[in-house]
Design a protein around this ligand. Structure first.
Ligand code: MN
Length: 213
């Protein structure tokens, strides 16, 4: 991930606002990137401006230490560093047209742990549906195996030392303009635009990092 240190800038999406049509609409992508993500970036920069000793930490390091910071900084850093990381990861994790399913080691691993790609997608779908209020559903690597999990708000699995492989943003702002209140339809529309190439790359990287420990 580029621009991983203060001052954070809102880098352009890796595709045009309308690139994910008809699955995710242009207006949603525009507002999601240019307004919602921008706000997290602005807030994070504003906090870090006053906290010189935190300016040399990477985005992931900020998330990892958020729970050990002085109390007044814990929620602001968790929410805003998480808001930047989660959105960047979500946007990078989509492509249209998308590569057809995972191949290579990620595919093998998913089949080994979930039975089949369809079984995995079904479990992922129900996890994403089950998030109460705002949050995310993730596929993460926990150093030994793949795991589906959810996080509330802008909490990020990186805080628990987990390595994200896939994510879907299920905050209403991610789908309300097109799918209204029907999160299930949005999840169904997200599945054909999963950037499996990116997921595979992230998975290989996560595995290598855990081997070096
Ligand atoms: Mn969002």
């Amino acid at each position: 991930m580029k621009n991983n240190y203060y001052p954070f800038v809102n880098q352009p999406l890796p595709y045009d606002d309308q690139a994910l049509e008809p699955y995710i609409d242009e207006k949603t992508m525009h507002l999601h990137h240019d307004r919602h993500l921008q706000t997290y970036i602005d807030n994070l920069n504003e906090i870090l401006k006053q906290e010189v000793q935190l300016q040399k930490l990477s985005l992931e390091q900020l998330i990892q230490i958020s729970g050990r910071l002085p109390y007044r900084l814990q929620a602001p850093i968790r929410n805003n560093a998480g808001g930047v990381f989660n959105h960047r990861f979500f946007f990078e994790g989509m492509a249209n047209p998308a590569p057809q399913g995972p191949d290579g080691v990620l595919r093998q691993r998913i089949i080994r742990e979930f039975g089949s790609l369809d079984d995995f997608l079904e479990q992922f779908r129900s996890a994403a549906l089950s998030v109460f209020g705002s949050g995310y559903a993730w596929l993460v690597w926990n150093q030994r195996r793949l795991k589906i999990m959810t996080t509330p708000n802008q909490n990020c699995p990186v805080e628990q030392g987990l390595r994200p492989i896939l994510v879907i943003d299920v905050w209403e702002h991610a789908y309300y303009l097109k799918h209204y209140n029907l999160r299930g339809n949005y999840i169904k529309d997200w599945m054909p635009i999963i950037n499996w190439k990116q997921a595979e790359k992230t998975f290989l990287h996560a595995q290598n990092r855990s081997c070096r420990r």
